[in-house]
Design a protein around this ligand. Sequence first.
Ligand code: GLU
Length: 577
Amino acid sequence: MKLTRILAALGALTVVLLLLFAGFTYWAQDEEPSPFIVAAASPYASEAGAEILRAGGSAVDAAIAVQAVLSLVEPESSGLAGGAFMLHFNAAQDDLTAYDGRETAPKGASPDLFLDENGEPLPFLDAMISGRSVGTPGVVKMLWLAHREHGKLEWARLFQPAIKLAEEGFQVAPKLAEAIARDPVLMQMPVAQDYFYRRENDGGRVPYGEGETLTNPAYAATLKLIAEKGWQGFYEGPVAEEIVAAVQNAPARPGTLTLEDLAAYEAKKREPICAPYRTYRVCSMPPPTSGGLTALQILGILENFDLRGMEPMSLTAVHFIAEAEKLAYADRDKYIGDPDFVDVPVEAMLDTGYLKSRADQIDASLSMGKAVAGQLKDERAFNWGLNQPVDKPSTSHFSIIDSDGNVVSMTTTIEGPFGSHLMAGGMMLNNQLTDFSFSPEEDGRPVANAVAAGKRPRSSMTPVIVFDEDGAFHAAVGSPGGSRIIGYVTQTLIAVIDWNMGMKEAISQPRFLDRNGALEIEADTVLVTIAPQLEQLGHKVEIKPLMSGLHGILVTPHGLAGGADPRRDGNVVSELR
Ligand code: GLU
């Protein structure tokens, strides 16, 4: 009897202890933040990503929420009616994937898309502010594809933060306010004029300013359709119809985009391109972006020099980096286009012997001026004319790591500020097709980046993920900036790898780059003091604001650290163990 009682008491005690333990574990899990970082161009976007990660979402889930919010709060830069490239690292499977959500030229587009009646290239603004510049958007299909493979939360859940903000309103950020105020034509555009400018009693319009609240019910409705119907909510039905109508009825130079173009769009998975740099492996997006290939070429050329032995902002460091950039940008203009349409000699361009021969052309005491594209082994097969580049910077980059160590490095864009300036479904429609070469030929030779139906325009976007010598994740970074993106990202990688800077420090350092023209250096920085010496080395120096927008993550000896570019409005939201 006594024994039974003792056993019963022990049993009860065990139950109580188990309950206490379970309660404690629950409490501990609840209280313990999961380790993650979101670095994006808007605090609203970073917070939306963090909300999804706290709810148990993956890096890809968070990326979808971030993009949906950016489309609302940074409409001048990126959006669901644009295109993007996403690098994704799956930590458990040690697998890196490149997702291509680049816009395509509609079926009705031909090589003379941006030529006037005399066969001359259109002025950039005429080409941009038109229906012709609008490519079939790719972001939503790309996110859908990535979510099918790496999503943890329900698709619909990921749009909640953006729907709430679109309905309840968000405060206009400084960069958006500035973009609205200085845009030369936005106020004359249908739909956009009513969204970005308040109508005064006297009929006049005033741009919404910094800190004012904007709501976007049309966008909330679009998001609800996408949340409910998946990709079909965007590529079919009322949203698709509104996009097509806006393009075909554009006030100037209407475009040919059809519902069939939208229905036929396919996002693609591509093999990332990687190359060693010092003891690391740097991976990025392959063509149709020129970003990854050109950045890897710059690093491959610089591998032949001891940058570590040079001071970060010293004359020698700036000279060598600028010269390497000239050489790589020269190849970029000749050899890169959509790989589904033209052969891009990726291997030959990254061949270490070839890059060494390019490095040998650098003279420590004199700039080469204008670099010419290198002779690749199979020169005849790649006898392209040169691309005639024009671009205006907008775009956005964000980097995310979730609590399982999965990483997203995604650059996303509608091309120029406010894209084509056409608006549908509460979204700015891209002008990505102006990333094609306006002239299909140069000097009688076809250009690799000429317009063709279904083709993707060459990009400069450079989302990067770096691995250490053990193959572990080391860093993620990327930037907006048009063709300057490549220089911004490469300079940041050099700062992190050669100069041991933290991500924040690397992102904040003064910018300089040479796109095979002038050596551009950032105004109001220490670099200005070495401008005269750079000129003595033969550089044509231009001092100007250089608006990078880098957002990155780095593994440091003390753990993970994020960085947001002080030149933009973004931030880092992190919860670390
Ligand atoms: N449309 C450009 C590209 O895809 C980006 C524009 C920008 O960064 O401003 O490379």
